[in-house]
Design a binder for this molecule. Structure first.
Ligand SMILES: [Zn+2]
Length: 165
């Protein structure tokens, strides 16, 4: 699976395109449908994954749904194998998508490079703590693709978890 990053919108939100055999899954269409559409090109979009509903992650959501005829958190191609992890804290509905074979995690605003998401925009400190405990049980060598900024390695981020609360 190839992972492409498209930076969209005023808050430089990461929209990701996941490609297997020229089939594409869009993660967090934050803004700029034109930019996303251009990056997708002639490839077939087979799914849409959304980590949470903050405005900077959903700007192009409706256009993606109607143009590509996809629904939220559905992927119509069995080559994409992933687990939906409930990782609330940044928001109550925050989810992460874990691709075990590829060892990659799309974390939205749950985990960033050397940081975590804020909880004062409709989230919960307690749930964030629980989500950090949950993700701590996952392998260290997972590559984490966050909602903003550069990717990171889960094992590296785990070292910081104890300092957050
Ligand atoms: Zn957010």
């Amino acid at each position: 699976m190839k992972v492409e990053t498209i930076e969209v919108g005023e808050l430089s939100t990461n929209c990701y395109l996941l490609d297997i055999n020229n089939k594409v899954v869009i993660v967090d269409p934050g803004d700029d449908f034109f930019k996303i559409k251009k990056a997708v090109g002639s490839r077939k979009v087979v799914g849409l994954l959304l980590t949470h509903f903050h405005f900077d992650h959903i700007g192009a959501l409706e256009e993606v749904i109607s143009y590509y005829n996809v629904s939220i958190n559905k992927v119509n191609d069995e080559n994409f194998k992933y687990e939906i992890l409930e990782t609330p804290g940044h928001t109550m509905e925050s989810k992460s998508f874990y691709f075990a074979k590829e060892k990659v995690l799309f974390a939205g605003d749950f985990i960033f490079y050397h940081s975590i998401g804020r909880t004062d925009l409709g989230g919960s400190d307690k749930l964030m703590q629980e989500s950090l405990d949950t993700i701590s049980k996952y392998p260290d060598d997972i590559v984490v693709y966050p909602g903003h900024g550069p990717k990171t390695i889960l094992g590296e981020e785990k070292k910081y978890f104890k300092y957050y609360y």
